[in-house]
Design a protein around this ligand. Structure first.
Ligand code: ZN
Ligand code: FE
Length: 239
């Protein structure tokens, strides 16, 4: 399974997951159709499925055009049926879904939104975390509670260390400044910051990260309890 990173809008990442043997593909969170369409057309891809982590416009904005153009099916959390138009396949927490070489487990991770899900491709040790877990950060708590978000991050923390994380936004540099402010003697973090800057200076995205890197460096995952997490989240909201 090839993963093509498609930059959308200001700082969103959409991902095309491609079976290179038959060119069948899924797209995760197409924030807009145009850059996804361009890749599909340039590379003669068959878009079969659209996977949405949550209902925000910057993650579903390309759904309609891609669905009507390729007759692709939209997969999203069943409780978001009134928030994401034209869902074809409803997903539940813990469900394993498979077609072609695409096989993932649904992880319900409320907090950023109530119906946020992550797609865990357990055979490949890859997880698409949308706006729940970013590199060196986490999503704002909009619809759920801090408790929800803390528990959702704990679920992600329990994935195998080598799991690669594909997240929804390029916020990594700004996130690194926040982490560094509260954890300046963390040598793993300092190493990661050097690596991040190198990538960005070369015009490269900072995806993917890994569960190990985030456990070592992400201050929101390093928070020992709900109270510590909530304090950091509130500080970050005004950072
Ligand atoms: Zn969002
Ligand atoms: Fe977003």
């Amino acid at each position: 399974m090839k993963i093509e990173i498609i930059k959308c809008l200001e700082d969103n990442f959409s991902y095309l997951l491609i079976n290179e043997e038959n060119s069948n593909a899924c797209v995760v969170d197409p924030g807009e159709a145009k850059p996804v369409l361009k890749y599909i057309e340039d590379n003669k891809i068959n878009l079969k499925y659209i996977l949405n982590t949550h209902h925000h416009g910057d993650h579903i904005g390309g759904n309609n055009i891609l669905k009507s153009r390729f007759n692709a099916k939209i997969l999203a959390f069943e409780n978001d049926k009134d928030k994401i138009p034209m869902i074809d396949i409803f997903l539940n927490d813990g469900q394993v879904w498979k077609d072609d070489i695409f096989e993932f487990k649904v992880m319900h991770v409320p907090g950023h939104t109530l119906g946020h899900i992550c797609f865990y491709f357990f055979n490949k040790k890859i997880v698409f975390t949308g706006d729940t877990l970013f590199s060196l950060g986490c999503g704002r708590v909009f619809e759920g509670s801090h408790d929800d978000m803390f528990n959702s991050l704990c679920k992600l923390k329990s994935l195998p260390l080598e799991t690669k994380i594909y997240f929804g936004h390029e916020y990594t540099l700004n996130n690194s400044i926040f982490c560094n402010k509260f954890d300046e003697n963390n040598s793993e973090l300092n190493k990661k910051i050097i690596d991040i800057k190198k990538k960005l200076n070369n015009g490269l995205p900072t995806v993917p990260s890994s569960i190990k890197d985030e456990l070592d460096c992400n201050i929101f995952l390093r928070a020992k309890n709900l109270k510590e997490f909530s304090k950091l989240r509130d500080l970050k909201d005004n950072f």
